[in-house]
Design a protein around this ligand. Sequence first.
Ligand code: HEC
Ligand code: HEC
Length: 257
Amino acid sequence: MAPRRGALGLLGGLACLATASSVAGQGADLAPGERVYRENCAVCHGVRGDGQGMAAHHFLHKPRDLTKGRFKFHSTASGQVPTDADLRRSIVQGVPSTAMVPQDHLSALEVDAVIAFVKSLSPRFAASPPKVLAIPPEPPRTPDAIARGRRAYDKGECAECHGREGRGDGPSAKDLSIKPTDLTKRPFKSGPGARDIVRTLLTGLDGTPMPSYYQVLEDDELWELAWYVDSLGGPPAVTEDERWGWHVERMHQRRSR
Ligand code: HEC
Ligand code: HEC
């Protein structure tokens, strides 16, 4: 473990450089958020937020480059930046099955501060606030809803990527650099409920091949499809990325104390 500790020392030094560059041109006091970031996030997302933290190479799913302002998980239209609430969800709940383990050891104030700092890393957040895409009201869940959900799966051509049985093995899957999710495996990254699946279908996952179905599927179809996808799920599993994420987090907390 010695080389790792050495690199953490280096990290502290680099952090001073980041202070100077990222605070320039910002009115708000970003120092508290930057401190939280340095102690809890930089090890994976990099001191400058470029996703090149010292632990990044361990993971199959790479830590997000936060300077690009392009996020997978948001309640806003495809291509738009997330809201504060979206960032809070990703940070506090984490991204299951990846190294982004829940950062639930942070206080509410620390989370708010780190959100402000994350937003300072990309100029895309400076534009007008993003518009939330409303999740349509949940229709009554009748017995044949799941059968209709299966039809929506065909209409949306989900099988092209996710495969006929949802196992992530559709004809296009082999050509994609980010593999389509095996929809029979749990947990999902975007959250545990059918509502989270509806959000994923509405917004798409930016920076991945997962498209937005906003105005492609009807409101009821979105819910029926979400129930169908939900019904494919098996028991939750733990991935290598997650195990490594816990390891990195513990190592880091020891150091921050
Ligand atoms: C152990 C490594 C690790 C640590 C520590 C970590 N992250 Fe992450 N983070 C990741 C990985 C890996 C992903 C990408 C998951 C994916 O691609 O699905 C991610 C994703 C995210 C996302 C979601 C990005 C999106 O596209 O929607 C946000 C926001 C985020 N991290 C912020 C933070 C903040 C803030 C902290 C510190 C409080 C932090 N992370 C700590 C590894 C980490
Ligand atoms: C062009 C290929 C493609 C098509 C078409 C597609 N997906 Fe995806 N989908 C992906 C990829 C790739 C991911 C994985 C993104 C990631 O892991 O970051 C994904 C992710 C998802 C997730 C998120 C799982 C999670 O962990 O949160 C759900 C749910 C999903 N797709 C359902 C569907 C449904 C339902 C359809 C049809 C309406 C569909 N997808 C159509 C490529 C596609």
